[in-house]
Design a protein around this ligand. Sequence first.
Ligand code: G6P
Ligand code: MN
Length: 442
Amino acid sequence: MKKYNITIVGAGSSRTPALIGSIVDYKDKFPIQKIIFYDIDPERMGKMQAYISLVLKKEMPTLEFVFTDDKSIAYCDCDAVLVQMRAGNSEMRSKDEKIPLKYGLVGQETCGPGGFAYGMRSIPAMIEMVNDIRKVNKNAWILNYTNPAAIVALALDKVFPNDTRILNLCDQPYSMMRSYAKILKKNQSDLRCKYFGLNHFGWFTDIYDINGKHYFEELKEYLKNNEFKPYNAEQRSQSWLETYKRVNKYLCYFPEYLPNTYLQYYFFPQEIVAESNPNYTRSDEARDSREKEIFELCSRAETEFTIETVPLLKGSVFGNLMIEVALSILEDLKDEFVLITRNQGLIPNISEDAMVELSGKLGANGLIVEPYGEISTFYKGLIENQHAYEKLTVEACLEHDYTKALKALTLNRTVIDPQLACKVLHDLEEANKDYWTLQHGK
Ligand code: G6P
Ligand code: MN
């Protein structure tokens, strides 16, 4: 049986322990020889090192693993690179969320002006990483979870159009499917879906099981009458619970399809801004809940030097999706996922170059997607507008073009007003000086 080498980029992320939990969970199906943990910030990664080492030594004693901040070691000898970097760390996420709120605009990690600023930081970092990998390794699969995945995917497709081994991933459709499975009292692995859109901007249009029985109407009926709760509601913070509830609200207006939760920012921006606390946003909430918990576990493992008393983090949608996707490719399983891919006629009445999110099968030759077919005017209008925003963002970044940045933000449904776009862009430029600059009057 072939054994694989995996590299984890951004290994200092607070998501890494859960990813390790999934690797342990799948160890009998997914034979791994070696894991390389790579991060440009060895101090941050160092905080997790004891926990990760103790878990792996206990659960997978024959596995080799190294921690490094040296990219010449990271990429040369691996079959898949799992990427989860955050250019600017949580400090910049916090600014992405707080600056727009000063102007009464949505302050969010991936949507609106915050997502724009984050995209402008992620694109150059991701391009550099793909170049570094391809210098030494032509064949490794690059499985990217770095956000905003919509913008990163579009930029990488433009810069590396012939690289067929780059795949951008998002766990939100997978996570929603897990919640639907719980409502329908089914196993997630038995459910399939039809889905279309852009990343963080899409809709479920059918849910059915492997025997071909459809549950979409039943599910919509349930959601019309019951509060939508994520499968792990007890562990979710208030803002996520409100996010799921807004799916119920959306259905009062447009009951046809089930929206991705991220559509709330485009459909209910004013309500979301009114509920936001400009001094305490999602990044603060995440730091004080999930991240705190994870860093505490890791530091306990370090000081007690044992894993016996420390719970193993397992079963995260992010970790499971990353591992299932990697496995499906490397072992050519052709399992079904909702993934991001170049449109090229899959939805024939929207831009060919859009990076669309659709369900398809994933194997050694990549994603095999059935053409989705035409979409109706409402969705076409929304998607073309969002695609134009994403495309101008990518161009603004690659060309350092201020005017394109201003046009991008004006197109964004959470902004619309060019005066506001101009103000928020000014502040984002100031805050991001170390990461990106734009040439005015271009
Ligand atoms: C979902 C999205 C990710 C996003 C994450 C943010 O999983 O699909 O793209 O990064 O939520 O979660 P957080 O809890 O950090 O706000
Ligand atoms: Mn996502």
